[in-house]
Write a protein that binds this ligand. Sequence first.
Ligand code: OFO
Length: 173
Amino acid sequence: MISKKMSDSLNNHMNLELFSAHMYLVMSSCANDFGLKGAANWFFVQYREEMIHFMKFYTYLTDQGVVISIPANKDVPNKYESLLEMLQKTLSHEGMITSCINELSELAVQDKDHATQIFLQWFVTEQIEEESNDRDLIAKLKLVGDNGHGILMIDGEMGQRVFIVPPGSPLAV
Ligand code: OFO
């Protein structure tokens, strides 16, 4: 049994994961509009990963006997000037998600809620990888600047990203 405060906090975060998914789906569409099919693929894979994150929270909460709530969707930004701007927004968004995961972990420790601490550990590790990937891409994009050939090379690299369902994950689209 988890506390009401813990379940409300997890439910709020579950909705942030859903927002993340929608944000990256729109970014995929924007990248496609820039003619960057590889980046569109990269953001689409990110969308699918976020749906897994969302479903992990959903499954955990329902397994704990919590009836989840999903408020009306917030508007998702859909205007970007460049791939660099999208990735900078991605990194700052993921930094915010990391802080939220850390706060949830703190709350689970205060509550002596061992099950939730274990559940959140996967996300603590995942956030390190997510921020690191974003930083790598931003560094490369800064190196090439406005050089179209360089941007297309990075786009090609982003096109190689494949979606892998983490073992034991609930299925998501
Ligand atoms: Fe991007 O890790 Fe979930 O939100």
